[in-house]
Design a protein around this ligand. Structure first.
Ligand SMILES: [Zn+2]
Length: 275
């Protein structure tokens, strides 16, 4: 059964979910249906890798659905089974696919600290170097590491867009991200009742810098709490943004779609279809 809110006609504009992990095993049994539901909701998505294996899978899925992806080493994965140099060499080899449109997700996570911080920093810097060398944007994951993330991004002198995925932080941090030319990714957390602070922050983001994302299977929007998230659920994020900005959902869908095309340098973005 398809919920009424997933009727594609409702928006009349493609929505781009800029951060999805549909190649994960949690979708192994019904990936085709998840992709179909996204397409019928008018949602295309960018698949994001977080280590070598998931990056390989991201490229593969992007090729099969006629979409795009990012490849990278997440800070949690910095202390991988293999040395960082080898991981990044394997990631670099994936850039031969025209489906790869960004390096990510990369960044620093001092909240969960699943890898030693020196390795997180090294992984992040290697990702930034590669992105700069290949003229690619970066998708940045940051938790409780604002200062270091800003310092390393500034030091890297990145000239392609920086996508601050699943943005969290205060007005001052937001301002610094915008000063770096950053795009601000907003997803499920924007719909959580306790996140009034984040909803309030939205009015300080220029319309042309807002991106919507699910980070599926994580962070389902409020209406789907406790469930596995998927790209089709992005409509709830678009709706709450429309409410906050006092705009029709269709307008939010089309503006964020244009932003995503610009941020990732996409010439076209078809609805996902498994071949
Ligand atoms: Zn992610």
């Amino acid at each position: 059964m398809v919920a009424r809110s997933l009727d594609p006609g409702r928006y009349g504009a493609l929505i781009i979910d800029t951060h999805a992990h549909v190649s994960l095993d949690v979708y192994a049994k019904d990936r085709e249906r998840v992709i179909d539901r996204a397409a019928s909701a008018g949602v295309a998505f960018i698949e994001i890798g977080f280590d070598v294996e998931s990056s390989i899978r991201s490229v593969d899925l992007a090729e099969r659905i006629g979409g795009y992806c990012a490849v990278g080493v997440h800070p949690h994965e910095a202390k991988g089974k293999e040395p960082l140099e080898k991981m990044w060499r394997d990631i670099e080899a994936l850039l031969s696919s025209p489906r790869v449109k960004a390096i990510g997700e990369i960044g620093l996570d001092y909240f969960r600290d699943l890898s030693p911080r020196n390795l997180q920093v090294e992984a992040f810097l290697r990702g930034l170097d590669l992105a700069r060398a290949k003229y690619l944007p970066v998708v940045v994951h940051q938790r409780e590491a604002e200062k270091d993330v800003l310092r390393l991004l500034t030091h890297a002198g990145h000239h392609k867009p920086i996508i601050f995925h699943c943005f969290s932080g205060d007005k001052s941090y937001l301002g610094k991200c915008l000063d770096l030319g950053g795009y601000i990714g907003l997803g499920g957390p924007l719909t959580y009742p306790r996140n009034a602070f984040l909803r309030d922050l939205v009015k300080y983001i220029p319309m042309d810098r807002i991106l919507v994302e699910t980070d599926c299977p994580y962070l389902p929007p409020q209406g789907r709490r406790g469930k596995r998230n998927e790209p089709a659920f992005i409509v709830e994020v678009v709706d709450i943004l429309a409410q906050i900005l006092d705009l029709p959902s269709a307008r939010v869908a089309s503006v964020t779609r244009d932003n995503a095309m610009r941020a990732f340098s996409l010439e076209e973005m078809p609805l996902p279809r498994l071949s």
